[in-house]
Ligand binder design. Structure first.
Ligand SMILES: Cc1cc2nc3c(=O)[nH]c(=O)nc-3n(C[C@H](O)[C@H](O)[C@H](O)COP(=O)(O)OP(=O)(O)OC[C@H]3O[C@@H](n4cnc5c(N)ncnc54)[C@H](O)[C@@H]3O)c2cc1C
Ligand code: SF4
Length: 518
């Protein structure tokens, strides 16, 4: 590598760093934009608040890796206490613990963004060449037979029985050893996260990466950002040390991820000029349904999801506009034993009884395609930390019930013995006679246990400063050298796993930044 990674123990004194472009965040958005800019010959500095963990340091231990890779150890929830906010906190961002499902953005979603939200230049014509290049670099291909664990086979067979359309999930991996540790980071470098693809590519092209460095304050003058001030985080304590970095650059790119980019700009007062900052926020609420089978499932081996059901990706509505069904992807779930135990909504002997049959527990999960009229927003607490407020409106709640019911139906079609909905109160389904109970499931604070791995919005792309935060060149309205390149620019959720959409958009963002630097 020609570039270099600096870590907290290299950064003991305050200093000024100069570069042409400063990128905040090293996930799918930041790493991709940094690689493209470095490839165009620009001097790039990447700031990442989390640590640099080379793959050789991965130990496949659930707790250790969760502490290293996951923001807030996956313990922070939205303000409803129901939805666990899942994102990355390390070099490579969430891609290091992601599942590597790699869908291209559906054409209908790009069309919606263009027609309803005024997103220009981000259609299939512009994105396809970028996706072709990324797909080659990340070895993206449909999952082969050998990567179907028992749960993926059941989702395939059960959904076919029910007449639901599905397909092999496109995967970003090569030489996968089927260890089942994707969420703990891949020690074999088989999973093509940013840590082993765009980050080393950017470094090889001369980019410098500062790990353990948290961007805090942007100084602006006459519609330009002139410098960025950052804290060096003492990794063992997780607290800021005494050293500070000041970065002076010609252009600044915020790629701090869906949970953080809007918050960073809000802390810096950008909301005064940009009323939509922090708004239009979605996170694909993801309810899980567990089931006990008469055979071994062993959820925690092989890849998480070789087969996905996209039959219900788009919600359907009656003539009068009332919700009928759908609005989600339905997938096999993968949980290591610790997380599986934590998500079983039982106590004492009942919990032990389920865990004794741990090898026979199967599980499914689905991503709700956040309804555009029921999106949430990000707020700042008094101490500057951020809070996600999500309304769980009537259509979203109906979608959740429908998704939970469809998951239970699928388990029943596969002859599951007993089904449990993951939530505060155990809802059991032992046969089709119990399915109707799901229709009255209350979606309320602390009710269901859900993940939210796919944040979107907060810095939405659009036409003007009144309806959006960035324009179609990813530039923050009113600032000539400030750009956003991550999932926060999406006007709505993507309706499929978002990593390839993020990377494709970041390719296009890099082109606009190159133009701005001319
Ligand atoms: C468990 C899990 C599984 C997933 N599986 C899939 C999948 O199979 N397919 C898929 O497409 N998507 C998946 N996703 C989602 C996907 O990983 C993310 O959408 C994507 O990686 C986000 O990229 P990003 O660059 O927008 O943000 P992030 O990856 O969150 O990167 C942002 C980075 O910015 C850093 N940062 C934040 N604030 C600051 C600051 N102030 N200063 C410096 N750095 C900062 C963060 O530490 C982080 O590393 C999964 C997510 C999770 C949690
Ligand atoms: S299942 Fe494959 S890609 Fe995932 S961690 Fe194991 S070897 Fe790596």
């Amino acid at each position: 590598m020609n570039g270099r990674i600096f870590e907290y123990n290299d950064l003991t004194r305050s200093e000024v760093v100069r570069a042409e472009v400063c990128v905040v965040g090293s996930g799918c958005g930041g790493a991709t934009v940094a690689k493209c800019l470095a490839a165009a010959g620009h001097d790039v500095v990447i700031l990442e608040r989390g640590g640099y963990y080379p793959t050789r340091s991965f130990d496949q231990d659930e707790l250790n890796m969760n502490a290293k890779l996951s923001d807030n150890r996956s313990l922070k929830t939205a303000s409803d206490n129901t939805t666990v906010l899942l994102s990355g906190h390390n070099v490579g961002g969430a891609s290091v613990h992601y599942w590597a499902d790699s869908y291209r953005t559906p054409a209908d979603r790009l069309q919606l963004w263009a027609e309803r939200y005024g997103v220009a230049g981000h259609g299939l014509v512009e994105l396809s060449p970028a996706w072709d290049e990324i797909s080659a670099a990340l070895h993206i291909h449909p999952a082969e037979d050998e990567y179907f664990n028992r749960m993926s086979e059941l989702v395939r067979d059960g959904s076919r029985k029910l007449g639901w359309r599905g397909d092999r999930v496109p995967q970003a991996r090569h030489n996968c050893q089927k260890s089942g540790h994707c969420m703990q980071g891949c020690v074999y470098e088989a999973k093509k996260s940013q840590l082993v693809t765009h980050i080393p590519a950017a470094l090889a092209l001369g980019a410098r990466l500062y790990a353990d460095v948290r961007a805090a304050a942007l100084t602006t003058s006459a519609g330009r950002v002139t410098s960025l001030h950052a804290e060096v985080i003492d990794r063992p304590s997780g607290r800021p040390g005494t050293a500070r970095l000041t970065v002076e650059a010609k252009a600044f790119v915020v790629a701090a991820g869906g949970y953080n980019s809007a918050a960073l700009l809000m802390r810096n007062g950008f909301g005064r000029q940009l009323p939509k900052l922090g708004h239009g926020f979605g996170f694909n609420p993801s309810p899980m349904v567990h089931a006990v089978y008469d055979e071994d499932i062993v959820l925690w081996r092989n890849i998480p999801a070789a087969y996905g059901v996209d039959h219900f990706r788009l919600a359907s509505y009656a003539h009068d506009g009332s919700y009928l069904e759908g609005g989600y992807l339905l997938m096999p779930n993968q949980l290591q034993p610790g997380l599986l135990a934590a998500s079983i909504p039982l106590l004492g002997a009942e919990h032990a009884h389920w865990m004794q049959r741990m090898r026979r527990i199967g599980s499914t999960i689905g991503w709700i395609d956040d309804h555009p009229d029921e999106l949430g927003h990000i707020e700042l607490n008094d101490d500057g930390s951020s809070r996600v407020v999500y309304p769980y409106g009537p259509t979203t709640s109906a979608m959740l019930r429908d998704l939970i019911k469809k998951q239970a139906q699928l388990h029943l079609a596969c002859d599951a013995r007993e089904i449990l909905v993951a939530g505060a109160r155990a809802l059991r389904v032992r046969g089709s006679k119990d399915l109707d109970a799901i229709d009255s499931l209350e979606v309320r604070a602390g009710g269901l246990l859900m993940g939210s791995p796919h944040p979107s919005g907060g810095c939405a792309m659009g036409r003007t400063a009144h309806d959006s935060v960035v324009d179609s060149s990813h530039r923050v309205h009113g600032f000539s050298n400030l750009f956003v390149a991550d999932s926060s620019v999406f006007p709505t959720a993507v309706s499929v796993d978002p990593s390839l959409t993020i990377m494709g958009f970041s390719y296009l963002a890099a082109r606009h930044i190159v133009d701005a630097l001319r």
